[in-house]
Design a protein around this ligand. Sequence first.
Ligand code: 9MR
Ligand code: ZN
Length: 564
Amino acid sequence: MNTLSPIRVNMLGYLPDYPKNVVLLSDDELSVFDGKGTVIKTFKGIDLKFDEASGDNVASVDLGDLPEGNYTLKSGSVTRNITVKKDAYRDVTNALIKGLYYQRCGCALEEKHAGKYTHGACHMAPASEWENNEVKKSVIGGWHDAGDYGKYVGPGAVTVAHMLYAYLLFPEGCSDDLNIPETGNGIPDILNEARWELEWILKMQRDDGAFYHKLTKARFAPFIMPEDDKKPEYLMPVSHCATEAAIAVLALGARVYKKYDEAFALKMLDAAVKGWKWVEANPEFKPYIQPEGVITGYYGDWSDKDERFWAACELFASTGDEKYKTKAERVYKDAKDPEIIKKESENNPFLERMKKWNPNFEIPLGLDVVQFGWADVTGLGCLCCLFEIKQKGGAILYDEIKEDFLKKSAAVLNLVKNSGYGTALAPDKYVWGSILPIMGHAMAMIIDWKLTGNIEMRNGAFNQLQYALGLNALDLSFVTGFGERRVMNPHHRPSGSDGIEEPVPGLISGGPNGGMNYPETKERLKGTPPAKCYLDELPSADTNEIAIYWNSPAIFVAACFNKF
Ligand code: 9MR
Ligand code: ZN
């Protein structure tokens, strides 16, 4: 029985000068009451349409102009309250950033900052290289990646990049008052928080310039608090993808932190340049292959073209050295060359693995400019080209990249138009962590809007923030601590072992996964439409884990709409 409300709303409220979409699952007349109980609008003749991703018959209705205030919506006998206010997304933007503070590793979370979510210092012991236990290094710091306590360079780099670009594009949307240990030091808190990870990424560089792929134990810890997780940690082999993602984010960081801390900025740039020298000395891509006996997050990839492109873009933006521009252009162009692509698919051990999971997998032609995740970072390189490099008066294939981008973002907007809930995801693309492509697509539409001024793009992007805050098939806010119906049991070790009912706040769930990777999920949700393949239960990592690189694109999107 469907007991969910037939009126779906953005549970945190609406902005006065933005569309105010609600999604209805009933064609009863909809009335809008103001704070005094007077009917101020009615909507009749509601035309429900089938939404494939959810299997629901729905209508999305824009309530139109409503000044700031509280309202009640009534459809048949059902009512639901909404608010309209300028600062509707201030607290959630702050919380999403502070969510990363709660993921800090290598320090205690003190009560004055963490409130009841305080815990002791964790993962303080030196780590050994997996391949040579004799080599030991102290690599304290960084963020726990997700619900587990692993720390992974590529995903960490992408997370920081989302935050730094959020700050570069929407500084007014990033508060300076997060109550983290550095608050008040004259540096914006989003940069204070991102630095925690950057310092750790620096420590993950080997003497020859390469970066270790990750720092984890051999297997995931049970559901215990981080300070109780004492099994030895290992530096797993270096990889091209990790190295290039680290280079990119350190080069980006060098520009962003320069005006606050020149020495730190220089340190990052030196590390990035040293990393690039390793890439030059080791030009042939080798995919990361998980060593035997290790079962923590793989974060494997069949190609590093996107990471190499992004790294070259950021290095060009930070140094002005033409060799990086030439390289970025070469990589971008080569990716469109069928001959080169064909060669790439030969002797690629990771591709062989992928073909076992998905026999139809084929290497796409051209880099996918609207990808902002850990596996494909092309979109981050595009952000660098379309804004940072452009602003400095330089160019890396500006017109070509812009054209490619606008084509892809137009396709993204079509996804929004074809979805009953206005969600920017095709029904067959609800993967593990579907929140990532959804927020990534929102980023793409924001970028389009910034480039073209097209308000449809802005509204399309805005709708993805609303998806995360309740305008969805599950009538659920995916952000812990926010919304009248919200995620309560994320797959997150501290939340699952601290004895506190409410999970750690400000973390975003991966959300529905039509692929249902776990047999248990498959069995329980057999036949469920993809946008509803979700269990708000602690063991369901495949639908309800949290991850730093899911919070971070949400930070970018929330900061964009955090205006007051
Ligand atoms: O985010 C990752 C997702 O794309 C993969 O499908 C999934 C299975 O390989 O792994 C996810 O990443 C997890 C990582 O492997 C370990 N830390 C938790 C991550 C989030 O679930
Ligand atoms: Zn830790």
